[in-house]
Design a protein around this ligand. Structure first.
Ligand SMILES: [Zn+2]
Ligand SMILES: [Zn+2]
Length: 184
C-alpha cells in the first residue's frame, strides 16, 4: 500500500474525499460520517464497530469538536459538533472522526479514555490531532513572559483577573493577560 497522500485536497489517510457542505442535513452529515468512519476502521484494523455506536450531532457544543460518551469503559456514542463542521469544513470533521475512533478503539482494548502513549501512537498513524480541538477562540490568553507558554481561558478566572498571583508551571515566569480580539 502506498503511503498516505497528504495533498491538501485529499484525505490524509487516503479515504475517498467526500464533498459535503454545511447545507446538508444532520442526517446526510451523519450518513457520510459513518461511511467515512467504516473505511477508517477497516483500513487501520480498529476495534470500533460503527454500526453498534450511536452517532449524534451537537448543535450546542462550542469548545469541543467531538466527544465519545462511554459507560463503564464501553464506548456508546460519538458526538460531533455541528459548528465545527460548519466553520471548518469536512477535513476538520474527518480529523475529528479519526480522533474519536481512536478513543473508541482504546476504550474497547483496555478501557483507556486518555490521550496517553497509545493514543499518541495511533494519532500519528491516523494523521490526527492528539488534543481535542479548541475551535472557539478563548476570551483571554494568559501568556508566560518567560517561556511564551499560552494558556487559553474562556472565563474570567482568578488567573485572568489577578495573574500576578501565579507563576508559570513550566519556567516559573510571570504571566500577562491578553484579551482576545474576536469578531465572532
Ligand atoms: Zn480526545
Ligand atoms: Zn513559562
Amino acid at each position: 500500500m502506498d503511503g498516505p497522500d497528504t495533498a491538501p485536497d485529499r484525505d490524509p489517510v487516503g479515504v475517498d474525499w467526500y464533498d459535503i457542505s454545511p447545507a446538508c442535513s444532520h442526517e446526510e452529515f451523519l450518513a457520510v460520517v459513518k461511511v467515512y468512519a467504516r473505511e477508517v476502521v477497516d483500513r487501520y484494523d480498529l476495534t470500533a464497530s460503527v454500526s453498534d455506536l450511536s452517532w449524534e450531532v451537537s448543535t450546542r457544543a462550542k469548545r469541543r469538536a467531538g466527544a465519545v460518551r462511554y459507560r463503564d469503559g464501553t464506548p456508546e456514542t460519538v458526538v460531533l459538533t455541528w459548528d465545527h463542521f460548519a466553520n471548518q469544513g469536512w477535513a476538520a470533521t474527518a480529523a475529528t472522526v479519526r480522533h474519536e475512533l481512536i478513543h473508541v478503539h482504546l476504550l474497547n482494548e483496555d478501557g483507556d479514555a486518555s490521550h496517553g502513549a497509545h493514543f499518541r501512537e495511533l494519532a500519528e498513524r491516523l494523521h490526527t490531532h492528539v488534543h481535542c480541538d479548541r475551535f472557539v477562540p478563548p476570551e483571554w490568553w494568559v501568556v508566560c513572559t518567560g517561556c511564551g507558554a499560552r494558556l487559553a481561558r474562556y472565563r474570567e478566572s482568578k488567573l485572568v483577573t489577578d495573574p500576578a498571583q501565579y507563576r508559570c508551571g513550566d519556567c516559573g515566569g510571570p504571566f500577562r493577560v491578553e484579551r482576545n480580539a474576536t469578531d465572532g
